[in-house]
Design a binder for this molecule. Structure first.
Ligand code: NIG
Ligand code: FE
Length: 421
């Protein structure tokens, strides 16, 4: 049996606790062990404790001395759109000149321009660009990524994207969890109601029968899919056994959070414009809010979601990158921690819980990842700092030193290890 002992962390941020999403004050408890260590056997965590205790149990297995770094669970990014071709530099420049996301979309930019490029790519080229994105996530300390389709918008192109997600899962160290987002925008060639029928009658059955997605998502927003259409699509997905996530109330308070409550969705995401009623609806149905401060920041808005009110209401808040070429071109969870603390007034500990165990629970994997506890996968990252709060405090560069998945080092290149010696 192969074993690995990780010793001499400054802080081993275990996030140990109840096997469920953390709420209220629980979000502030990271169960940190100073000078902590872990014994890993066959890719799983066997013992967690003081470095002294771990060293005594290490036997003749491999030992890694992390020399006073912070060690924490790999980030779990519960909302991303990583499979696409090209970028949106023109949109970016137009926004800098004052145009809005909606104006640019109406003028032929936006989601549609990425759809055209993604449709034109073959599966191999799409995989190659998406693999580059996978490496970006890894370098920031992320080991699990929820991945949405949504830049194909034809039966074949949506399936192509979902197959690329499957391949990313098989051929990169990151675990990618697939979500079908055929209802991301209405393509030019379709009338709205007919496209909704195509999603329900042709796309969803293929996605389900080919087992290509665990979740179904809809962009519920004026000009995209209204509440009625979103309800129809998500209802059909639920019948096919998919669990639900919803892009809700991002640009307007359009009833997305309430619909998430009504359908008992797993998550409602964005929520920039959600009011107290929406928050109440999520609470009564145990929906987890996924907050995406990167898209608020990148769109140049000041309207961040009401994170404090959600935490105080007892919702198990999650933060994620929303990585995509249009509204959030950042794969960096540490950047999201920074935004969560500076813009949404979450504490560094709450932000860390929101990006590990709470995120893992939305993906149905709270029993395997998201904390460093015996029996869980040894997915963890080491950071070139001594205090976990530094992850949210310093911003604009990565402090990640090494990343491990199932006890194997899958990336390394941190600040100290690249120094002259
Ligand atoms: O989550 N809001 C819808 N989807 C993405 C944006 C996609 C894009 O602009 O390409 C989001 O912000
Ligand atoms: Fe999104």
């Amino acid at each position: 049996m192969s074993s690995l002992a990780v010793l001499h962390t400054s802080q081993l941020v275990t996030v140990a606790g109840p096997n469920r999403p953390r709420i209220g004050g629980e979000m502030s408890d990271l169960a940190i062990i100073r000078d902590g260590g872990m014994l890993i056997r066959d890719g799983k965590i066997d013992i967690v404790g003081s470095s002294d205790a771990i060293e005594k149990n290490a036997g003749d297995g491999e030992i890694i001395d992390v020399a006073g770094r912070v060690v924490m669970p790999g980030f779990v990014d519960a909302h991303a759109h990583p499979v696409f071709v090209g970028n949106r530099l023109d949109d970016f420049e137009r926004r800098a000149k004052g145009e809005t996301y909606e104006q640019i979309a109406a003028a032929g930019g936006g989601i549609w321009s990425t759809v055209e490029k993604t449709r034109a790519a073959n599966e191999t080229n799409l995989f190659e660009q998406s693999k580059t994105h996978a490496n970006w996530f890894l370098k920031c300390g992320t080991t699990t990524v929820e991945a949405k389709s949504g830049y194909g918008l034809t039966v074949e192109d949506e399936l192509k994207i979902l197959r690329v997600i499957r391949r990313l899962n098989e051929e990169t160290p990151i675990e990618f969890i697939p979500t079908f987002l055929g209802a991301h925008a209405v393509p030019r060639e379709w009338r709205q109601s007919e496209y909704v029928d195509l999603v329900i009658n042709e796309m969803l059955p293929r996605v389900a029968s080919e087992n290509l997605a665990e979740f179904c998502d809809v962009f519920c927003e004026h000009g995209y899919f209204d509440v009625e259409q979103s309800r129809k699509i998500l209802g059909a997905a639920k019948k096919l056994g998919l669990r639900l996530r919803i892009h809700a109330d991002q640009l307007s308070n359009s009833g997305g959070a309430k619909l998430a409550g009504e359908l008992k969705a797993t998550t409602a995401d964005h929520l920039e414009k959600t009011d107290g009623q929406g928050i109440g609806a999520m609470k009564s149905a145990n929906v987890q809010p996924v907050l995406l401060p990167g898209s608020v920041y990148a769109l140049g808005s000041a309207c961040y979601p009401r994170a404090r009110e959600m935490i105080e209401t007892g919702l198990a808040v999650v933060i994620a990158t929303d990585f995509n070429p249009g509204s959030s071109p950042s794969p960096s969870m540490p950047m999201m921690l920074s935004l969560a603390c500076t813009q949404m007034k979450m504490s560094p500990a709450e932000a860390l819980t929101a990006s590990t165990i709470n995120a893992a629970c939305t993906l149905g994997r709270g029993d395997m990842i998201g904390s460093l506890e015996p029996g869980k996968l040894a997915n963890f990252s080491t950071f070139d700092c001594e205090d976990y709060r530094e992850l949210a405090y310093w911003f604009g560069f990565s402090q990640a030193d090494s990343v491990y998945v199932r006890g194997e080092r899958v990336w390394s290149g941190g600040l100290r290890s690249s120094a002259k010696n």
